[in-house]
Design a protein around this ligand. Structure first.
Ligand SMILES: Cc1cc2nc3c(=O)[nH]c(=O)nc-3n(C[C@H](O)[C@H](O)[C@H](O)COP(=O)(O)O)c2cc1C
Length: 324
């Protein structure tokens, strides 16, 4: 369907990198659910911080399907180049550069989408990272720094010239944060301008919307973020619709329970029981957002302290809904 360096990606659905969400268990689940490409949570380019448990878990790709794309964040070209190299040595097969994230922690160090204001620095980072590794480097941006300085098109051109293999574009500027709606006109212009694959990102939450955005922009793929939280089957619904033009029904309660408990088990294995139980709480909250008993159940669920209590609680809730 589209190519990133030596990798042929056989689906037009890409999972967006989300810190605190797209950990290895969620990425593996999303691959099984039809994402052709998943991107890790961002890893800081400050390799001195890699000793922390958080970074160590983010850098762990054991058992992950190819191609393994790892996102790096930072604002110093040499540090970004070193981080890219070290990730490649640890099994990354694609390096993704974060110039799309408005998170404070990153932006205070002039990284993520804050970089878009400084095009010279953007160029230096792109050249340094592409020059440092033999594997493909991709880039994630917003449409620009601000509505007045919507320089996404210039950055896209620079990226292609620098040898970037694919470009994800979130249809908001850095100044927009998450306000308003994503716009796809700038993404469409970028797609016309460059010949590398472009992923259209922002507010895509259904199969029909995915197709509309692809038609409007001419992008190679859609990149799905928040809508996949607690709803990983959306990825296969989109994939199916794009391939066949037919809508795939949402999973029946039994299958949903199977997916959810599988996800919980993967979290416990990956993080260990103590952390796994805590991380499971937010995912379960997302899965059950639409459930009529969501509010009361969450209160109860968030007090459970063991893996078996958690699995039993979601099983009982969903078994009751299936029987109803
Ligand atoms: C919780 C959360 C964490 C995110 N972390 C990252 C990140 O680590 N790197 C990045 O490039 N973008 C990050 N983003 C931005 C998403 O990748 C995506 O561009 C944005 O959410 C818009 O897509 P959506 O409307 O499909 O969610 C994050 C977004 C959310 C909601």
């Amino acid at each position: 369907m589209f190519q990133i360096g030596p990798y042929t990606i056989d689906s037009q659905v890409v999972l967006a990198p989300m810190a605190g969400v797209t950990d290895r268990p969620f990425r593996q689940l999303c691959r099984r659910m039809g994402a052709g490409l998943v991107v890790s949570e961002m890893v800081t380019s400050d390799t001195r911080l890699w000793n922390s448990r958080k970074s160590a878990l983010r850098l762990d790709h054991t058992g992950e399907a190819e191609p393994r794309s790892v996102q790096i964040a930072g604002g110093d070209p040499q540090m970004m180049a070193d981080a890219a190299q070290m990730n490649a040595e640890r099994g990354a097969q694609i390096i993704d550069i974060n110039m799309g994230c408005p998170a404070k922690k990153v932006c205070n160090k002039a990284a993520g989408s804050a970089l878009l204001r400084d095009e010279v620095l953007v160029g230096e980072i792109l050249d340094a990272v592409v020059g440092a590794v033999a594997i493909p480097v991709t880039l994630k941006i917003r449409t620009g720094w601000s509505p007045e300085q919507r320089n996404g098109e210039r950055i896209a051109e620079m990226a292609e010239r620098a040898g970037i293999a694919a470009l994800a574009v979130h249809g908001r500027t850095r100044a927009d944060r998450y306000q308003g709606s994503a716009e796809y006109d700038t993404i469409a212009r970028i797609c016309q301008q460059v010949s590398i694959p472009v992923f259209a990102n922002g507010d895509i939450d259904s199969a029909r919307k995915a197709r509309t955005v692809l038609e409007h922009t001419g992008a190679a793929a859609v990149m799905i973020g928040r809508a996949a939280q607690g709803r990983p089957w959306l990825l296969r619904e989109i994939d199916h619709y794009l391939r066949t033009g037919k809508e795939l029904a949402a999973p029946a309660t039994e299958e949903m329970l199977q997916i959810l408990t599988g996800h919980l088990e993967a979290l416990y294995t990956f993080y260990g029981d103590y952390m796994g139980v805590r991380i499971a709480r937010k995912h379960v909250g997302w899965y059950l957002q639409q459930h009529p008993e969501s509010a009361g159940f969450r209160k109860h669920f968030n007090q459970l302290e063991t893996t078996s209590d958690q699995v039993n609680a979601v099983s009982a809730l969903l078994a009751a809904s299936a029987a109803a």
